[in-house]
Design a protein around this ligand. Structure first.
Ligand code: ADP
Length: 260
């Protein structure tokens, strides 16, 4: 809490009293605000040069493919892959600023959850040598929502599941419906580090990372789950975690089904 007292003056400038203002500026709130401001500025500054780098890389890739220069094509493809990762990070940073200003837009349509799950699993599997991603139980379920944003949530949960389970070799994705058939449930289960109970309620907060000091092996900004939570809430759903330290975690995404 911060207290400030300012004088209250009459029309001739004489002090006739004092106004006491108590502000609850917790350290955390102030830190979050500083990080928000920095992230907003940095992401806007980075977006343009990285987008043009990506463009140049595409032009070069096309040229060297025409010349059948396999070595250069391989290097440029890797460069392109790394640029995609950077662009994903920057877009996440931009999302934070857009969410904070209440301007994240949703373009809703009816779509099948199953095909989105299939697509994202295939995309992540393409770049993952260490883990096999298994899809289990798939009743056909349709929801009404922003397909790109739901894809983003799934992508985040899957990449986290792989990132935080370095000793495991499998991740399971399940699509279910709840017992009264009003919600779709997508579960992403890993067999990795797990999350201690005391941290579980905080991980959806922005910038929150479990054991930040030990997290050097797991790069990240602690904003992915915050964005997921925000997107899912705006779809009338919710996201939760069940986890045991040392055994693994299951993230569950509950989304209202499209009414029949
Ligand atoms: P980031 O991964 O960039 O740190 P997230 O917002 O995605 O940010 O996750 C917040 C924190 O929650 C992570 O730093 C990590 O400590 C924890 N976490 C997220 N997913 C998992 C998981 N599948 N297993 C264990 N810990 C996780």
């Amino acid at each position: 809490v911060s207290l400030s007292i300012s004088p209250v003056k009459d029309s001739e400038g004489r002090i006739i009293g004092g106004a006491k203002i108590a502000r609850d500026i917790s350290k955390r709130k102030a830190e979050e605000r500083n990080k928000d401001a920095f992230i907003s500025m940095a992401s806007h500054e980075l977006k343009t040069p990285i987008t043009s780098l990506k463009g140049f890389t595409q032009v070069l890739l096309r040229r060297f493919k025409q010349q059948n220069d396999e070595y250069t094509v391989r290097l440029l493809s890797r460069m392109d892959g790394q640029l995609n990762k950077l662009i994903k990070r920057i877009n996440e940073m931009l999302d934070i600023s857009i969410i904070e200003s209440g301007q994240l837009e949703y373009h809703r349509e009816a779509f099948a959850v199953n095909s989105v799950v299939q697509e994202i699993v295939e995309t992540v599997q393409e770049t993952t040598r260490t883990h096999h991603i298994v899809i289990e139980q798939q009743p056909y379920v349709q929801i009404f929502g922003d397909k790109d944003r739901i894809e983003q949530v799934l992508m985040n949960l899957l990449t986290n599941a792989i990132k935080y389970s370095p000793q495991a070799n499998r991740v399971i994705v399940r699509v279910e419906t709840d017992t009264n058939g009003s919600n779709a449930i997508i579960k992403v289960q890993d067999f990795g580090l797990g999350i201690a109970r005391s941290h579980q309620q905080h991980i959806f907060r922005r910038f929150y990372r479990v054991n930040e000091e030990k997290s050097q092996n797991f790069p990240g900004l602690g904003i992915g789950l915050y964005i997921c939570d925000e997107i899912v809430k705006r779809h009338g759903g919710h996201i939760s975690v069940q986890s045991e330290e040392g055994k693994g975690s299951t993230f569950s995404l509950v989304l209202p089904l499209l009414p029949q």
